[in-house]
Design a protein around this ligand. Structure first.
Ligand code: ADP
Length: 193
């Protein structure tokens, strides 16, 4: 079971690249943002609890997202691998994921970290807001809050995987296909197919 973390700030292209990686490698896509938005649209109690944080650009509490990932892993016992997108976003989430994978005799194969400048991120997110229907993409203040959450809480997750030599930085600016090519090169070095 191959476990890939696609890492990077909001707007760095994780969603776009995940679609392509899923199609090429047959990995199961686990996006905590998508899972949370699905909970909100189904008006579950989990969704209702998460919405207030998301509207403000703040992270949802760890136990909520860890529970969601744990269920998703259990629901896909035969998956050949997982692509984590938007998770883990805190060191506590990273440690919890390691424990969950350990129980399944698995571990993280690699973290691919997309690097994009802050001004480019804001530009992309505002543009995405014109069509995505996501309220957190239309307000520049909420966008900046998400980037601040990333810098203060999430960036440290890369340090966590760094100690195990599992982080590879990828330039996240360029064409979608160029970036995809760089990601595939790193995956092909590590995946058994
Ligand atoms: P983006 O990366 O563009 O901000 P996401 O869809 O990944 O978009 O996340 C949207 C929001 O969902 C985040 O701002 C946050 O409130 C919440 N969220 C998503 N994943 C997590 C997570 N792993 N931990 C805490 N909150 C999360």
């Amino acid at each position: 079971m191959f476990n890939l973390i696609l890492f990077g700030p909001p707007g760095s292209g994780k969603g776009t690249q995940s679609e392509k990686l899923m199609a090429k490698y047959g990995l199961k896509h686990l996006s905590t943002g998508d899972l949370l938005r699905s909970e909100i649209s189904r008006q579950t109690s989990l969704g209702q609890a998460a919405k207030g944080f998301m509207d403000k650009g703040q992270l949802v509490p760890d136990e909520v997202v860890i529970g969601m990932i744990s269920s998703a892993l259990d629901e896909n016992p035969h998956a050949t691998g997982f692509l984590y997108d938007g998770f883990p976003r805190t060191s506590a989430q990273a440690e919890a994921l390691d424990k969950l994978l350990h129980l399944k005799k698995a571990s993280i194969g690699v973290m691919l970290a997309l690097d994009v400048s802050e001004e480019e991120l804001v530009k992309r997110l505002l543009k995405r807001g014109e069509t995505s229907g996501r309220s957190d993409d239309t307000n520049e203040q909420v966008i900046r809050a998400r980037i601040t959450e990333y810098q203060t809480k999430t960036a440290a997750v890369a340090d966590y995987y760094h100690q195990f030599n599992k982080v590879v930085m990828i330039k996240g600016e360029g064409t979608i296909d160029e970036i995809f090519g760089e990601l595939c090169k790193e995956i092909d070095k590590r995946i058994n197919r």
